[in-house]
Design a protein around this ligand. Sequence first.
Ligand code: ZN
Length: 268
Amino acid sequence: MKPIRVLIAKPGLDGHDRGALIIAQALRDHGMEVIYTGLRQSAVQIARAAVQEDVDVVGLSSLSGAHKSLFPKVVKALKDEQAEDIPVIGGGVIPAEDIPFLEEQGVKKIFTSGSPTDAIAVYIKQLFAGEAVQEPKRIAHIGIAVEDIEEALPFYQHTLGLSLESVEEVQSEQVRVAFLKIGETRFELLEPLSDESSIKSFLTKKGPGVHHIALEVDDIHRRLEQYKTQGVRLIHEEPKTGAHESQIAFLHPKAGHGVLFELCQPKE
Ligand code: ZN
């Protein structure tokens, strides 16, 4: 397979390219061909270089704070060169507040300074393999640890006014679960069936309360594979069977900044 060609460019006036050079080297380490334009390039120069070098993707780096005007200019300059099919990604010192604007302006993806360089390489590879992970569809449910489902139910049924949808036992997790429907999502009350249940240890350590958030996805196997290559910490490396015969897997709460996330793919 032909290697992915990447143009790394620094638009604007800032004079530091250490970050850009680190990214360029990381992408080369991942087998990509990287062309670096050097400092202080105009949007038009960058777009022309992208066309001449026949690259697959343009990576912009900005530390100067001018990304909000510079990045969209590069997107526009590519369009003017009839090269709008070349995706533009950006990084550097970019506050989270600016990401929605830049993505609206046609920048495909922004990597903030917290992103590991490997994540950028993995993203580019996925982009060209047509394997980018899909956005999760919705919050499938919010898992709440309780000592006793019958004791907790009156609050959910009568105080909140929700209706109980189903109760079942999940032997693999040693839990009994009750689902209460709320709009497109659910509350999942989790009661331990034995001391071996992870819900039991959660209750012992933290007491009853919010335990996890489950996201509905339609690509759980692929997602877990990608997380493994990216070094995302997982509790389950392979999906297992959860409630309603769905396929589930948990990410490590350290990966989720203290939140335990479950991936959940419903049975077809
Ligand atoms: Zn769950």
